[in-house]
Design a protein around this ligand. Structure first.
Ligand code: FAD
Ligand code: FES
Length: 288
């Protein structure tokens, strides 16, 4: 065979399976700072073909030559929102994304994972509990519930962060708190002189609310230590583990159930999750 006669083709072979790892280009149309190390991004598909997604799903976000990471979708398709994500600067990819400007390009594939069973909570009271950037994935289900406000009873939002500067979506929390039959309670570990909320861990906010465990569904997300103590408090208050719903952040690679990086017991976090009930986590031995 003569050298150079054959060239690698970049075109998919006829009948070849679609490459599931191929990301799509999106343009960053808007960036806003949520806190000192978290930015919110509004994205538009460059091919003009948006996808449908559900509250709780995530996308794999990448920059060529830098890396790829799972990131929750924080917008709500139900409301016709543009695709929105929010990213905390922690490592190589997220630091690189934080240097991008409006008009720059990112790559995403997805949406992946299951979703919050928010429609099953219709007719119930809803208790949202978030710690730190745990509010990012919960915002998608919060806005789905607010979009169908008349289908739900009382809504509480309990939010804890390390300091007032690290509270994300402060403007939206203030707006939600003004809605009828919605109570927003916030706490921080280290307050400033101007801080008007509580001081202490998020579970201290339970002293300020009364809910009926029989008619309430709880959605929570935050660091593992917060999830652990919040679950203990919810169980003490007689909440059924089936009605406590959380989203897990495991280390992931493929995001599509192929590599085994994200095992939770015998389940894949990327395809069986990331949303699990506390009852499921207990059965998987992963409640802590
Ligand atoms: C379903 C899901 C949703 C998520 N949603 C969001 C979101 O909405 N916003 C957001 O900001 N983040 C989110 N994350 C977390 C985000 O994917 C990680 O922080 C990601 O690692 C950042 O990539 P990076 O390259 O910037 O940082 P990395 O270079 O990956 O480093 C991040 C940190 O993780 C450690 N680390 C990385 N890989 C491993 C490993 N295999 N084992 C142990 N430690 C490791 C590093 O030492 C470092 O401390 C989500 C994660 C999951 C699973
Ligand atoms: S990330 Fe590969 S199996 Fe879940």
């Amino acid at each position: 065979m003569k050298r150079g006669k054959y060239k690698a083709s970049t075109k998919p072979q006829k009948g070849a399976a679609k490459n599931e790892y191929l990301p799509r280009a999106v343009e960053i149309t808007k960036i806003r700072d949520l806190s000192s190390d978290v930015k919110h991004y509004t994205l538009k598909f460059k091919d003009g073909k948006p996808f449908e997604y559900k509250p709780g799903q995530f996308v794999q976000v990448s920059i060529f030559g830098v890396g790829e990471a799972p990131i929750s979708i924080t917008s709500t398709h139900e409301r016709g929102d543009d695709l929105e994500i929010a990213i905390r600067r922690v490592g190589s990819l997220t630091n690189a994304i934080h240097t991008l400007k409006e008009g720059d390009e990112l790559f995403i594939r997805g949406p992946y994972g299951n979703s919050f069973p928010w429609e099953a909570g219709k007719g119930k009271d809803i208790l949202f509990i978030a710690g730190g950037i745990g509010l990012l994935p919960l915002r998608s289900v919060m806005n789905a519930v607010f979009h169908h406000r008349k289908d739900y009873g009382k809504i509480w939002i309990l939010y804890g962060a390390k300091s007032p500067q690290e509270c994300v979506y402060a403007d939206e929390l203030a707006r939600w708190g003004k809605l009828d039959n919605v109570e927003v309670l916030q706490t921080v570990d280290s307050p400033t002189a101007e801080w008007k909320g509580g001081v202490g861990v998020v579970t201290t906010l339970f002293e300020k609310i009364e809910f009926d465990p029989e008619k309430t569904i709880s959605y929570l997300c935050g660091p593992p230590i917060m999830i652990k103590f919040t679950n203990i408090t919810l169980e003490e208050k007689k909440m059924q583990p089936d009605n406590i719903i959380t989203t897990m952040e495991m280390h992931m690679k493929c995001g599509i159930g192929k590599c085994g990086h994200c095992l939770v017991g015998h389940k894949y976090c990327c395809t069986d999750g990331p949303v699990f009930t506390f009852a499921e986590l207990k059965a998987l031995g992963a409640e802590e």
